[in-house]
Design a protein around this ligand. Structure first.
Ligand code: ARG
Length: 451
């Protein structure tokens, strides 16, 4: 068999290990068997190989599947090793399997086939996290907490409002992954090396057998494009960035005693016996760095590659596998940590008004009673410097307006604005933290989740 002779010549010598992707290809072992089967069935249906030869090849593939990836003969990659294993089992006719295709369209099909499954798993974890966030919101529609900007006390909100802020972000992450899925789910098989084939193949048929929604039409595009890898890795990296913010918030909240992580998502110290640390969330936070690194690595590898297939592509794939694994794990852990954490309502309520965080609401009341907002802002800012209470507001009113506070506004309205719970309840604009606004957001979140 001439091809075997040529393979012996191009064995790679000292560069063998460097060239080979066989170990890493374990990930696409099942995918390659599926791609081989679809291709062989199509070849038989098209009369390109005889039915009995096709049957023998399919039987050999079944046996190879049972033996597993570790039992494959040596090869430059899984595609070559499986073909060799087929030939070892049924003789030279096994070589008919590679009619009308190349490893270039084959590997592209395998990557897409496997990545499809992995991206669905990643999408599942985004749904689980959204579910956990919605449940936290449902249970805490009235749990007042401090809200921050620049990590400084800003305005009181509720735990529900905080949780739904992440639900919205993760919802978009799900949508981005589904978009990417749609473009992964196209078959490159039949593109051959890059330039098509003389055989009367049926690309739509192999696409159908492999469950792809359609084909990547141009054969050169099919065999050599990896933008689907980049898009998927980017979408995963965006999700990892969302997760890192969520993790950071919970770490800060745990630090302040607002929330207690379940022991399952905490670690202790090997020396300090009292410690309970949010290590899992710190690792979630770090995954964003890995994912961003993969996007960078992948982009740099793909940048400036000429058409059509170049072996650089073998190293591109790894970035996507690493990222999808890490981000899926991180999403699962984040969902679990959020679902099992206990919110400390008393501490949250006690801290909700910290740092005069009701100041904006007081300024709003003054503005609603006719003061220009800028004047109200100045008046409240002076009060903030001098005690941040009703008395301080009265003094500031005399200073700024030259008249008593109660001549501008009903004192009861000011007292209400100074109360964190009332402050939250009054911010009932669309998307705001008031329980009524949060109820509407919860409904959208539930609907989106069901969809
Ligand atoms: N193992 C390769 C990859 O992962 C596919 C092999 C194509 N080899 C070639 N010399 N054209 O991309």
């Amino acid at each position: 068999d001439e091809s075997v002779v040529r393979r012996d010549r191009f064995s790679g010598g000292p560069a063998r290990g460097f060239l080979s992707s066989l170990a890493a290809d374990e990930r696409i072992f099942e995918a390659d068997l599926a791609v081989d089967r679809a291709h062989v069935v199509m070849l038989a249906e098209q009369g390109i190989v005889d039915d009995d030869v096709a049957g023998e090849i399919l039987t050999a593939l079944d046996a190879i599947e049972v033996d597993g990836h570790d039992s494959l003969p040596d090869g430059e990659d899984v595609h070559e090793a499986i073909e060799t294993a087929v030939i070892e089992r049924i003789g030279d006719d096994g070589g008919k399997m590679h009619t009308a295709r190349s490893r270039n369209d084959e590997v592209a099909a395998c990557i897409r086939y496997r990545l499809r499954e992995d991206v669905l798993d990643a999408i599942e974890t985004t749904l689980a996290l959204r579910e956990a966030l919605v449940e936290v919101a449902e249970a805490n529609a009235e749990t007042i907490m401090p809200g921050y900007t620049h990590l400084q006390p800003a305005q009181p909100i509720t735990v529900a409002h905080w949780a739904l802020s992440y639900e919205g972000a993760v919802r978009r992450d799900t949508a981005r992954l589904l978009e990417a899925y749609g473009r992964i789910n196209e078959s490159p098989l039949g593109g051959a090396a890059f330039a098509g084939t003389t055989f009367d193949i049926d690309r739509e048929r192999t696409a159908e057998l492999l469950g792809f929604a359609g084909v990547v039409e141009n054969s050169m595009d099919a065999s050599s494009s990896r933008d689907f890898l980049l898009e998927t890795t980017q979408a995963l990296s965006t999700h990892a960035t969302t997760l890192s913010g969520l993790a950071e918030d919970v770490i800060v909240f745990a630090n302040r005693g607002f929330v207690e992580l379940s022991d399952d998502y905490s670690s202790t110290s090997s020396i300090m016996p009292q410690k309970k640390n949010p290590d899992t969330l710190e690792l979630v936070r770090a995954v964003a760095g890995d994912a961003a690194g993969s996007v960078q690595g992948l982009t740099t590898t793909l940048k400036g590659l000429p058409r059509a297939y170049n072996r650089d592509l073998q190293r591109a794939t790894t970035h996507a596998w690493e990222t999808v694994d890490a981000v899926t794990d991180a999403g699962e852990v984040a969902a679990g940590a959020v679902a099992t954490a206990e919110w400390n309502e008393e501490t949250l309520a006690a801290e909700a008004g910290e740092g005069f965080s009701t100041a904006t609401g007081v300024a709003d009341v003054l503005a609603a009673n006719g003061l220009p907002f800028r004047t109200a802002h100045e008046l409240v800012a002076i009060a903030a410097e001098n005690g941040a209470d009703y008395d301080a507001l009265e003094t500031a009113a005399e200073d700024v307006l030259g008249e008593p506070l109660e001549s501008v506004v009903d004192p009861a309205a000011v007292e209400a604005a100074l109360d964190p719970a009332e402050s939250v309840a009054s911010r009932d604009s669309q998307g705001g933290p008031a329980p009524a606004s949060v109820a509407a957001q919860l409904e959208s979140a539930r609907e989106a989740l069901e969809a």
